[in-house]
Structures are given as structure tokens and as C-alpha cells.
Design a protein around this ligand. Structure first.
Ligand code: FEO
Length: 395
């Protein structure tokens, strides 16, 4: 049993089975569902885990309790990857009081049929467990409306729900200072872009509120406990939630027979000729949207290419664009291009997408009929060059 601070134990689990988080997002490194148990004069569990792991989780909780009962369960977040084991936990500890806010309790009734033994908290309320002094802060829409965070003033620990979380299991160690964290940073960006990306403003409001607290440890619901890297984890969430981007370009395109891809290659070479070093190309039929979203959050320049498909965008391009639109990604430089065989529609539809996103359009869109001509090549090159120049003017 990992004791991460005085009387506070890690009782979460690793999911190495699922291939897709939320049945959408690839999990090459798996994911952890973190829960924490405070064994003080009162015993307090903070969150549970996905129901698939309830058996292992309940054993861990019982082991850490060493024969004592459970007094409180704090529910920071009701999404089933954390709240899935609440009903079984209640069966094992019928006297446990469930701590949450009014929105938590609406969901608790809906998901689990639990309406009694509740302990309601509001913004700033406290719970004294003996040595530990807990207080509660509402963080609506980071990632669901009922989300709250719990702060332990005794050890200066923030139990932050999904905030500051990342994909990736905990492979032995739990606390960042005891492990090599290098692979978690890219996974944190991808997790943010996939899961929390739409909620930039709520994340900013929560960060503002939490800035008043002295935080030495962050216990998120996914990924490592942050001690050594608190500032880095907070900095990544702060930057991403302001839609701040790095100097670089992501070119995402669909291509059935290679003509649109050929246009993408010319655009990329123009960017490189102008000195842009960070250029990422994604064939949308091959790269999962999860990774494309991460790069759209990371880079300032977005260039989208699509063939015309039955007078529409190529459906695979459309699917990615709808995910970008859903996340309301702001302040990007936008270029676009497309190809067609007999009647062009893709370029017009990409123009409409850029307007909807309120992105700054850069250069002249390149539109190619059938095979690439010298004029098409020049148009693609000019588009890449224009993006590079605009990118540098903003640096
Ligand atoms: Fe990890 Fe929003 O649940």
C-alpha cells in the first residue's frame, strides 16, 4: 500500500485492458483511475474507480483500513471512470456518508439510485477528520457540472479530480519524483485535448480560484501524483486552457488516391524552406483523431486539405473537423486546400469551417482538379509560404 503523505494512501488501480478511453481515445500506455484514502480519526475515501476494477479496489481499501470502517466518501467527480464503484462500496460500508454538492447528488440518484446518507457541501465548506483539515471548492465543467476539488490544508494537497490528469498507467511508483515522467507530458496534452479541451474558460476560472491555495501536492484522478512537477502540470493546463500555441504547423488532410496528399507535401516543403521546423502531417484516415487534436491544441498554424467526396468534404476530414469545432479551439492561423475530379466542393466547405471557428485565414486556398499541374504546385507552395510568413510575424 502506497502512503503518499501522512495517513494518506493511494488505493487507485491501473487499466491495462481497455484499448480506448471513453470508447474513443487510444490508450497505448493505459490509464489509471486514482483514489485516495485518509486514515485519520475519521476515515475518508476520495473517489472510487471504474466498476470493472471494483473487486481489486475494494480489497485495497479494506487493506488500508485495517479493520476500521469507512466514515466518508468524497465524490469529486461523478463520471463512471471514478464513480463506477460507489454502489458496491456502499454495500460494503453501509454507514458511509457520501460527501458531494447538490449536482453530485442528482447524478448519484440517477446513476446509482442512492439518495440517503448524504453530506452536502458548498463552496469553502470544511471537514475536519482529526489531523487533516479538508475544504471543498466547486470546479463546474472541469469536466462535468458537478465537479469539485478537495484541499487538505494540513499537508497542502489538492485532490483535483480530472484536472492535471494524464493518460498512462502508474508502473510501480505513484509519485512523480519516484519515476521517469517523460512520456506523461505528451499524454497530458492529448488527454487535455481529448477530454477537457472544450472547457478552457471553466479551467481558467478554476485555476484562478486555486491560485489562492498553497499547493505542494496534486492528487489527480488520472496519472502520477504531482509533487516535483506541480508547476509544470499547472502550467500545461494553464497554457492549453488559454488556447495558447507553439510556433509550428499541423497539416491534416484526407486523400483517396494521393492527389490531396501530394498538395500537402508541397505545402510542407514550402513551410520547411521558410524555416518552420515544427511541421506535423496527419493523414486523417490513418492517424486517430485523438493525436490530431493534441497537435491542434499544440500548434498555432492549422492547414486542412480535403478531396471533394460526393459534393461534400471527405468524410474522414469532416469527422476530425467536427471534433475540433466541438472543442472551440481559438486563435489559430488557418490555411486550406483541396482537390476534386469533376466538381469542387471541399474548398468552399473548408472556407465555411474557418469562418465558423473565427480563425485568421492565411494565404490563398489551393484547389486542384485531378492531377497536379505546375500552377497547382505553385499555389500550394504559395500557401505554405504565406503560412510561414504569418507564423513568424506573430512570433
Ligand atoms: Fe476521469 Fe471526467 O472523468
Amino acid at each position: 500500500m502506497k502512503e503518499i503523505a501522512n495517513q494518506i494512501y493511494y488505493v487507485g488501480v491501473n487499466d491495462r485492458q481497455k484499448t480506448l478511453f471513453e470508447n474513443m481515445w487510444p490508450l497505448p500506455y493505459g490509464v489509471s483511475y486514482n483514489a485516495y484514502l485518509i486514515v485519520d480519526e475519521k476515515t475518508v475515501l476520495i473517489d472510487t474507480v471504474d466498476v470493472c476494477y471494483s473487486d481489486l479496489f475494494l480489497k485495497k481499501v479494506a487493506e488500508a483500513l485495517q479493520g476500521r470502517t469507512l466514515d466518508y466518501l468524497i465524490v469529486n467527480h461523478m463520471e463512471p471512470d471514478h464513480a463506477g464503484s460507489i454502489r458496491l462500496l456502499r454495500q460494503q460500508y453501509p454507514g458511509v456518508k457520501i460527501v458531494g454538492n447538490t449536482k453530485t447528488f442528482g447524478m448519484l440518484a440517477g446513476f446509482h439510485g442512492i439518495t440517503d446518507g448524504l453530506y452536502e457541501v458548498k463552496e469553502g465548506d470544511t471537514l475536519n477528520t482529526g489531523v487533516h483539515q479538508l475544504s471543498f471548492y466547486m470546479a463546474p465543467m472541469v469536466h462535468w457540472p458537478e465537479v469539485m476539488v478537495t484541499y487538505d490544508a494540513t499537508d497542502k494537497i489538492l485532490f483535483s479530480a480530472d484536472a492535471f490528469g494524464t493518460y498512462g498507467t502508474l508502473d510501480g511508483a505513484v509519485v512523480d519524483k519516484d519515476m521517469d515522467c517523460s512520456h506523461y507530458w505528451d499524454e497530458m496534452v492529448r488527454y487535455y485535448a481529448n477530454i477537457v479541451g472544450k472547457y478552457g474558460n471553466p479551467v481558467q476560472r478554476a485555476l484562478q480560484k486555486l491560485s489562492a491555495l498553497e499547493i505542494q501536492t496534486i492528487c489527480s484522478t488520472h496519472g502520477p501524483v504531482w509533487q516535483e512537477h506541480v508547476a509544470k502540470a499547472v502550467g500545461i493546463y494553464d497554457r492549453l486552457s488559454r488556447y495558447e500555441a507553439e510556433e509550428g504547423v499541423v497539416i491534416l488532410y484526407g486523400s483517396m488516391y494521393g492527389h490531396t496528399e501530394q498538395m500537402a507535401e508541397v505545402i510542407a516543403s514550402a513551410l520547411a524552406d521558410q524555416g518552420v521546423k515544427r511541421i506535423v502531417m496527419h493523414n486523417v484516415s490513418k492517424t486517430p483523431a485523438s493525436y490530431i487534436l493534441a497537435d491542434v491544441f499544440r500548434y498555432k498554424g492549422i492547414i486542412v486539405g480535403s478531396p471533394t467526396y460526393s459534393n461534400q468534404l471527405f468524410p474522414e476530414v469532416e469527422a476530425v473537423l467536427s471534433k475540433i469545432e466541438l472543442r472551440e479551439v481559438k486563435n489559430r492561423l488557418f490555411g486550406y486546400f483541396g482537390s476534386f475530379s469533376w466538381a469542387g466542393a471541399a474548398v468552399k466547405r473548408l472556407a465555411a469551417f474557418g469562418e465558423k471557428m473565427k480563425w485568421e485565414t492565411v494565404g490563398t486556398p489551393a484547389e486542384q482538379k485531378q492531377g497536379m499541374t505546375a500552377a497547382d504546385h505553385a499555389a500550394c507552395y504559395a500557401l505554405g509560404k504565406a503560412m510561414a510568413e504569418q507564423l513568424k510575424s506573430k512570433a
